[in-house]
Design a protein around this ligand. Structure first.
Ligand code: FEO
Length: 390
């Protein structure tokens, strides 16, 4: 039994196995956190993915009989949090389900007609000793998203916000490796919340002035110590702050584009600027995008295949375009045989992703000559200098 605060329990599930969360590679698995609040009345806040229902139920039964649950709060209708809602509601016949207006629509679409009270009808909920206030945070992550705040405990049940895909036997932020934790928090933000930064910013502002000493998200560990670390990180990410760093993502057919990528990396490195190089056949797009989150510059290379871009690069560009990284400069490079095409396509897609694309003539036929290798090195050096200029 895991108690966060007196009468507030974690009753979620750890998913050690999941390695692909709707297209995002979750190397370290995840958790689906649901919380049971026990006061004069009993409320369950969020549920778990459908096939973890039994786990959640076992955790609830350690504390109360499920039939005693008075309220089921759905902060967000995405199935990782609502997948067990109908089953637990079936075991708690007197429970009133509460969701946002849009949450009601989403839950109805997924699960059919349910008797749902909206937060417009009930913006707060007094459990007798614990008062929940529901704060909508639309588009952080879906239109229905909201958080539940428990004033007496200064506890924010933040749903997707401040989450991490991190399976762990530990439940609290001070119990896990801090580098791993912040890496997973950043990766989660980059792959899920980055394109919604304005909504996340609004959500953070909506919580300004609210006394919070614990943030319990619906994925990963609960922030109970040093909350400033994650709050400051979110402020930095929503503002699109960058560091002196260059990310190079490429693919290759006969190692010509690879040679250019490596020459560019050497050029960047020669200026003392950190650089990461990703081959898109062996690197997952969600890892690359995590590194791009705070990078100042992004260089993307593709060989021309059948007068067009290489498929792995096309896939990455589509992913990046949807995630809209902020405040980046970038450039395209590549190689071709008898006719080009890839570089132009890459440049267009980078522009559509919101990247400030610089002119580049790093586009070589067949195989880079020594001069062309040197040109790529010098181009990398120039990018690094621009990154240092800020
Ligand atoms: Fe964790 Fe948007 O669901």
């Amino acid at each position: 039994m895991i108690q966060l605060k007196k009468g507030v329990y974690w009753v979620g599930a750890v998913d050690w196995d999941i390695k692909n969360f709707h297209g995002y590679v979750t190397h370290r698995g995840t958790t689906y956190n649901s919380y049971l609040l026990v006061a004069d009345k009993i409320a369950l806040v969020d549920t778990v993915k459908a096939h973890f229902f039994e786990t959640m139920l076992r955790h609830i039964k350690e504390i109360v009989d499920p039939s005693e649950i008075d309220y089921i709060i759905s902060n967000h209708g995405e199935p990782d949090h609502s997948g067990s809602l109908t089953k637990i509601a079936g075991m708690a016949p007197n429970a009133k389900i509460i969701a946002s207006e849009r949450g009601k629509n989403i839950l109805t679409k997924y699960y059919g007609d349910l008797d749902i009270t909206t937060i417009k009808e009930q913006p707060t909920l007094d459990l007798g000793g614990k008062t929940l206030t529901f704060v909508p945070i639309p588009m952080a992550h879906w239109p229905d998203s909201m958080v539940s705040y428990v004033a007496e405990d200064k506890l924010l049940l933040s749903n997707d916000a401040f989450g991490q895909h991190l399976a762990s036997a530990a439940r609290f932020n001070d119990e896990v490796d801090q580098d791993v934790l912040m890496h997973e928090a950043a990766t989660y933000y980059a792959n899920i919340l980055m394109p919604l930064c304005r909504s996340v910013d609004r959500a953070i502002k909506a919580l300004e002035g609210v006394e919070i000493d614990m943030i319990a998200p619906s994925h990963g560990v609960i922030w109970r110590k040093n909350l400033g670390i994650i709050l400051e990180a979110y402020k930095k990410w929503v503002a699109g702050e960058t560091t002196e760093k260059v990310v190079i993502a490429y693919d290759t057919m006969w190692e010509s584009t690879k040679k250019l990528a490596y020459a560019l990396a050497e050029g960047v490195g020669s200026e003392g600027v950190p650089v990461k190089v990703y081959n898109l056949t062996v690197s997952h797009r969600s890892d690359v995008i995590a590194d791009i989150l705070e990078a100042k510059a992004v260089l993307i290379g593709s060989p021309t295949l059948n007068n067009h871009v290489f498929p792995t690069v096309a896939g990455f560009l589509a992913y990046m375009r949807g995630l809209k990284p902020m405040n980046k400069i970038g450039a395209a490079f590549g190689s071709y045989g008898w006719a080009g095409g890839a570089k132009k396509f890459v440049e267009e897609q980078m522009k559509l992703a919101g990247i400030d694309v610089l002119e580049s003539d790093i586009d070589v036929s067949y195989k880079p000559t020594e001069d062309e290798w040197q040109k790529a090195f010098n181009y990398g050096k120039m990018i690094a200098q621009k990154v240092k200029e800020g």
